[in-house]
Design a protein around this ligand. Structure first.
Ligand code: NDP
Length: 453
């Protein structure tokens, strides 16, 4: 069942039945059939449609933001911001797609060759609820411009976002059989992947979902791209403006109520400024992140996406404290209806505690003390994940030296995470396989055909 439950109130808004096996098979046939003609459209035409999609996303930003607020509790302004980057993504691939897809000449021994960049067919997208529009755009925009067609299975808590996105794409001129939304259940995914009409799969979500989808794709010799979790480090080497550093790091962690895969979840602070950083951060988080209605633009702390998610994060915090961590502020469910959890700061987390290695997907900051640069790097890398990392410091060379030692798919200097259309995004280790966005985001489901001239 696809179910919309407003996490601000707990009210059940809508239930939609899962697609039947028959309906899913028909959807597969549509994207397979649609591929034959979509791939033959000139790239410039597909790019023009992507550009029109960007315009429609911009026009419907308020409507989409309101849907996300209702479905998963996103702050209304963050919802509008999310649509801003969706617009950038569609524009990026509309503007750059034709150049990125041009033949690449390759001088070879004894002659000449070119690499031709072709689509591979119908793809399955399995998408999460945390950025209902952005996550879909990252996968869909490059692949539609490339000429692949898409069967999209969105998270079961955001069917309204899924429907609104499909509507925009069709209104922009994407044929009904080049992009098909399905309300398949996750238990139908394995047999969708056995179907020879589906050529690959991209999943953004939890490790468990990633493992299951990648295993099934592998069994069927199909490519998978995985964007999974993270427990990204943010190292503070020094600062000449503690207030600004505290605010920047807190904002990055609390974005989307802490439910971002690439949020800095572990602040690693040098010994000489650690106490001051922790005190100011604790004060700032306790004063600034007060619960409220996400539809109110003044609200700083919205609910999590569901009551289950809030309970789970509260239980992770409780366990960390029972294992010896220090709770500086927050840590409890808020006494009001809805999936609220207090904004939380934890310190003294040690390697024996679960919180040291697991991802905490909510408004919880962990702060660690590092005595040397080497210790900071070792702490940063002591994680099963490797998505993004940030290094803050007044000495650029020093910050860069530290950044270069971090094992992650992305590193940011003096800025905390984030995402932009032209910068590749993705992780290593348990954070995933493959890249999205930028030029690399168009290569994952591409047949780079060698043509020996
Ligand atoms: P899930 O991974 O369960 O959901 C993401 C998507 O995968 C949904 O469409 C879901 O469908 C689908 N899915 C779930 N299990 C399977 C499966 N076995 N086979 C195929 N598809 C599957 O995320 P949750 O919503 O449960 O979130 C839990 C955790 O996932 C978070 O705490 C966080 O760690 C991580 N996460 C990471 C995200 C990221 O941006 N990297 C985004 C969201 C979550 P359905 O909704 O129908 O179950």
């Amino acid at each position: 069942m696809y179910t919309v439950t407003n996490p601000t109130t707990g009210e059940l808004v809508e239930e939609i039945k899962n697609s039947t096996d028959e309906e899913v098979r028909a959807a597969i046939e549509r994207v397979h059939h649609g591929y034959a003609s979509w791939r033959r459209r000139p790239v410039a035409e597909r790019a023009k449609i992507a550009s029109r999609a960007a315009e429609l996303f911009a026009e419907r930003a308020d409507e989409l933001a309101a849907i996300m607020t209702q479905e998963m509790g996103k702050r209304i302004n963050e919802g509008r911001g999310e649509i801003g980057i969706v617009v950038d993504i569609f524009n990026y691939y509309a503007d750059n797609g034709p150049t990125l897809l041009a033949d690449e000449p390759l001088p070879i021994n004894g002659g000449e060759a070119v690499i031709r960049k072709e689509s591979i067919g119908a793809l399955l997208g399995v998408m999460p609820w945390n950025f209902p529009c952005y996550q879909v755009a990252r996968f869909v925009a490059p692949n539609l411009v490339l000429g692949n067609t898409i069967l999209l299975k969105h998270a079961s808590i955001c069917p309204r976002s899924a429907t609104a996105i499909a509507q925009i794409l069709h209104d922009a001129g994407v044929p009904e059989d080049a992009y098909v939304n399905t309300f398949a259940s996750s238990s139908q995914i394995p047999w969708i992947l056995t179907d020879s009409r589906i050529q690959g799969v991209s999943l953004t979500g939890s490790e468990q979902a990633g493992i299951s989808v990648a295993a099934e794709a592998g069994r069927n010799l199909k490519k998978s791209v995985l964007e999974l979790g993270g427990s990204d480090p943010l190292i503070v080497l020094d600062t000449d403006d503690m207030d600004a550093t505290v605010k920047t790091t807190a904002t990055a962690r609390m974005r989307n109520c802490g439910q971002s895969c690439n949020a800095p979840k572990r602040m690693i602070v040098m010994d000489d400024i650690y106490e001051e950083f922790v005190d100011r951060l604790t004060e700032h988080v306790a004063e600034h992140y007060l619960p409220g209605d996400p539809a109110d633009p003044e609200t700083k702390l919205p609910p999590l996406a569901s009551a289950e998610a809030a309970d789970e994060v509260a239980a992770q915090v409780e366990k960390a404290v029972s294992q010896g961590a220090t709770l500086r502020t927050g840590g409890h469910r808020v006494d009001r209806p809805g999936a609220y959890l207090e904004a939380t700061v934890l310190t003294d987390v040690t390697p024996e505690m679960d919180a040291y290695t697991e991802e905490i997907f909510g408004p919880v900051v962990l702060v660690f003390r590092a005595r040397t640069e080497d210790e900071a790097v070792a702490l940063a890398n002591d994680t099963p994940f490797g998505l993004g990392a940030s290094v803050f410091g007044t000495d650029r060379e020093r910050a860069r030296r530290v950044a270069e030692q971090i094992e992650a798919g992305m590193v940011y200097l003096n800025r905390a995470g984030g995402s932009q259309a032209d910068l590749p995004f993705g992780g290593i280790k348990r954070s995933g396989i493959g890249r999205e966005l930028g030029p690399l985001g168009m290569e994952e489901f591409m047949n780079k055909k060698s043509i020996r001239l």
